[in-house]
Design a binder for this molecule. Structure first.
Ligand code: ZN
Length: 336
């Protein structure tokens, strides 16, 4: 296979393999989404099952767009797993353990004659927002995702920054309050950022505040069962003006702001883009976070860092996967 030089590539096949679904798209170099599609996946399914779904999705994308695979200039894959730039899966918390050691590059090459690129699902959305979203033109950028956990991808001087050990960007485990009774489900320390600002923190604050406010809309949305509450329900209640739900996001946003102070003080990005499911609450979360950074980052010049919402929603991963194809980006996941 002779791949086109990266500078001449114009059409990328982009895939995002997550724990619950696979997203796929065909994307132009200019950032047009020609077509996209989803397939549900069983998170613990065997690799070959997931690969067959992936290939089915590729076929669907080609049929929808009227393009043949050989008209595409490469495939980029974002994975919910650590994966080497050569496509070997080395660790995963969200997919079957049967993936460990699996060579996805070799497997895809058996069916698709395309140059292939791979990355963990933190670099991919970061690259998506940098090349096509809310971080365009910002060569010193941090992308922070707030969902089940909190993580960050860093672009330094126009390049994705992994750090020597490969783990740069682990902002979710910045310790906000070491005296907190809450133990982090990830690192088992007390009081990490993500115990306050991500799903775990949102749900804990919701339980506390809903019990103090029996009139809260949260009760109605959860059918009277707080165990059934999701961050989306709290967001919905907050958007509708429910004070208890708004207080949940104010607290989460404040904690996020404390984490962003550390990130901004250390990395000094010009802009921080915040994405992930919980960040869809927008200003309910970002407003309090921005206020903390404007008051506390140091030196004061750093307080001017822009904090904005991600632009690509849950498609940031496939846009990043496409960027790897267009800009020949090979990013190794951390070594455990
Ligand atoms: Zn932690």
């Amino acid at each position: 296979m002779t791949a086109k030089p990266a500078s001449l590539r114009n059409l990328a096949l982009a895939i995002d393999v997550g724990g619950t679904n696979i997203k796929g798209g065909i994307i132009t170099r200019g950032g047009d989404l020609v077509t996209h599609a989803y397939a549900a996946t069983l998170s613990r399914a065997a690799p070959e099952t997931v690969v067959l779904q992936l290939l089915g999705l590729v076929q669907e994308l080609c049929e929808q767009s009227g393009l043949r695979p050989e008209q595409l200039d490469g495939i980029g894959v974002s994975m919910a797993a650590f994966v080497t730039a050569d496509g070997v899966i080395t660790a995963t918390a969200h997919l079957s353990r049967a993936w460990l050691g699996y060579n996805l590059k070799t497997r895809l090459a058996a069916d698709l004659c395309l140059e292939s690129y791979f990355s963990l699902d933190t670099p991919a959305p970061t690259l998506g927002e940098y090349y096509y979203g809310a971080g365009q033109g910002i060569d010193d950028l941090a992308y922070v995702t707030v969902s089940t956990g909190v993580g960050a991808g860093i672009i330094a001087q126009g390049k994705y920054f992994t750090g020597g050990l490969g783990w740069a960007g682990g902002v979710g485990h910045i310790i906000i309050d070491e005296n907190s009774p809450i133990v982090c489900e990830g690192c088992h320390n007390h009081g990490c950022l993500e115990t306050f600002a991500a799903k775990q923190g949102i749900l804990a604050a919701t339980r506390e505040l809903a019990n103090l406010h029996p009139e809260s809309r949260i009760w109605m949305l959860a059918d009277g069962d707080l165990a059934a509450v999701t961050p989306q329900m709290v967001s919905q209640a907050a958007q509708a003006g429910d004070p208890a739900a708004q207080e949940v996001f104010r607290r989460a946003g404040h904690a996020l702001g404390l984490g962003l102070v550390s990130l901004a003080d250390i990395v000094a990005p010009s802009r921080i883009v915040v994405g992930g499911g919980i960040a869809r609450a927008g200003e309910l979360l970002l407003g309090p976070a921005r206020r903390v950074v404007q008051e506390r980052a140091f030196p004061p010049r750093i307080r001017q860092v822009e904090i904005v919402q991600a632009a690509l929603g849950d498609l940031s991963g496939i846009f990043g996967a496409a960027a790897m194809v267009f800009y020949d980006l090979r990013i190794n996941s951390p070594i455990e």
